[in-house]
Design a protein around this ligand. Structure first.
Ligand code: FAD
Length: 414
């Protein structure tokens, strides 16, 4: 039995499971500590094609496909100066034609079990209460098993914080910086039945803007729908309404969402979350790295959260793998992770900010996408827009600090 691990991962969501799986695949002894018992509920149900290469890298794509999640071939929007609906299809910008609409309980459980199969040790209902430091260097964690368990200390050469919006290390190390201009609130619930987009578009998410915010409608394979409203936190506070009255008042002014929900029945309570856009001042420190929402989170406008979590975790896994091989180069490898992830994340944030001005023309959004990800104008502007919102813009292809393209984690395994 391993007494000291190579890596301890805090949290078993998409970021934690991805990093743990890839590090285990690379032959590292990995311990994942997850405070919940999986499967557990989570928001963040509409995926973008940017998750597909990471599922391939993990060798988990077939498992996810076999879960019969609804395939999402595109996105339907009512957004911008022109008020009619418009639809984009991921295939227009290839190479991944679709992603999935997922119940996160099932999706996350599949990924976490996959990490186990790749060799990671996963302990559920294990809440990390402290990161242990040797001087300034992270050297392990303290956790409690179950509700009444006693504290257990476990050591590792590296600690990866993938604790999601708990932001475990960012809180403790005072690293948080909020995006004040994106202080939004979301109120959501679930419906059964109603109308669906026809044919291949059945799995599209609807994103519909209405003056003071926007509504999402995400269909699932079982005929249920996740329906939410996102708008400024202040607006919610000012109305003085409770979640139900507030949500229904916003739904009432939508047109397409209401049409899709015609005849549908609400099947769940309302949920509320607010104040979520932020980035940690640094994603790294001696002996530790932050990944996924634990590092940074941007408004869910383009459904990029799970993609950022998984792509970022893949980059984090490679970074840690290299540092364990060459600890004397920790600073270089960390700096590279920091720069690459901040750049990629920054592109998404910048585009979300631009897109939130819903008075612009559709072509303005496309042109802005091109400016951000394709300055040499290799593709048409519309294709660049699709590539960006698919999470397929270049940016997280982690290169060696020496400049050469790295072998994927695990590529040297015999
Ligand atoms: C309103 C809203 C809508 C969203 N919609 C979408 C969407 O449509 N598509 C999309 O891709 N994303 C969406 N997101 C974002 C998405 O939910 C997240 O980006 C994604 O879940 C991040 O994955 P993660 O692994 O970093 O964190 P998480 O999925 O949150 O996983 C973190 C895990 O760490 C565990 N943990 C926390 N603290 C501890 C501790 N101390 N010890 C042990 N374990 C711990 C938690 O239990 C959890 O399981 C949305 C977010 C919000 C707020």
């Amino acid at each position: 039995m391993v007494k000291e691990y190579d890596v301890i991962v805090i949290g078993g969501g998409p970021a934690g499971a991805t990093a743990a799986g890839l590090l285990a695949k690379a032959g590292r002894h990995v311990l994942v500590l997850e405070k919940e018992k999986f499967p557990r509920y989570h928001i963040g149900e509409s995926l973008v094609p940017g998750v597909m290469p990471v599922l391939e890298e993990l060798g988990a794509r077939e498992k996810v496909e076999s879960q019969l999640f609804l395939r999402k071939y595109g996105t339907t929007l009512r957004w911008g100066a022109e008020r009619e609906l418009w639809t984009i299809h991921f295939a227009e910008a290839g190479p991944w034609e679709y992603a999935f609409e997922v119940k996160r309980a099932e999706f996350d459980n599949t990924l976490l079990n996959h990490a186990r199969e790749l060799g990671a040790t996963v302990v559920e209902e294990a809440a990390v209460s402290e990161v242990l430091f040797d001087g300034a260097r992270a050297a392990g964690v303290r956790y409690t098993l179950g509700r009444r368990g006693s504290a257990v200390d476990v050591r590792a050469r590296y600690v990866l914080d993938a604790s999601g919006q708990s932001k475990f290390l960012a809180h403790r190390e005072s690293l948080l910086e909020w995006h004040e201009d994106l202080r939004n609130i979301a109120v959501w619930t679930y419906y059964q039945g109603g109308e669906f987009f026809p044919g291949k578009d059945r799995g599209n998410i609807l994103t519909e803007y209405h003056g003071d915010g926007w509504v999402w409608v995400i269909p699932f394979a079982d005929g249920t729908r996740s329906v939410g409203f996102v708008g400024p936190s202040d607006l919610y506070a000012e109305t003085g309404l409770g979640p139900e009255e507030f949500f229904q008042s916003r739904l009432k002014v939508s047109t397409e969402a209401r049409r899709l929900l015609d005849g549908a029945v609400r099947v769940a309570d309302y949920r509320v979350t607010k104040d979520w856009s932020y980035a940690a001042k640094t994603f790294t420190g001696p002996g530790f790295l932050l990944a996924g929402d634990a590092a940074a989170f941007v408004d869910p406008l383009f459904s990029t959260g799970v993609m950022l979590a998984m792509k970022g975790a893949s980059a984090a896994a490679r970074t840690v793998d290299r540092i364990l091989d060459a600890p004397e180069r920790e600073d270089d490898h960390q700096q590279h992770y920091e720069d690459t992830y901040r750049d990629f994340f920054g592109t998404v944030v910048s585009f979300v900010r631009y897109f939130y001005d819903a008075r612009r023309k559709r072509t303005d959004y496309w042109e802005r996408a091109q400016e951000l990800i394709d300055p040499v104008r290799e593709l048409e502007t519309r294709a660049d827009f699709i590539r960006l919102v698919s999470g397929l813009a270049d940016g997280l292809a982690v290169m060696d600090v020496d400049g050469g393209a790295p072998a994927p984690a695990g590529a040297n395994d015999s």
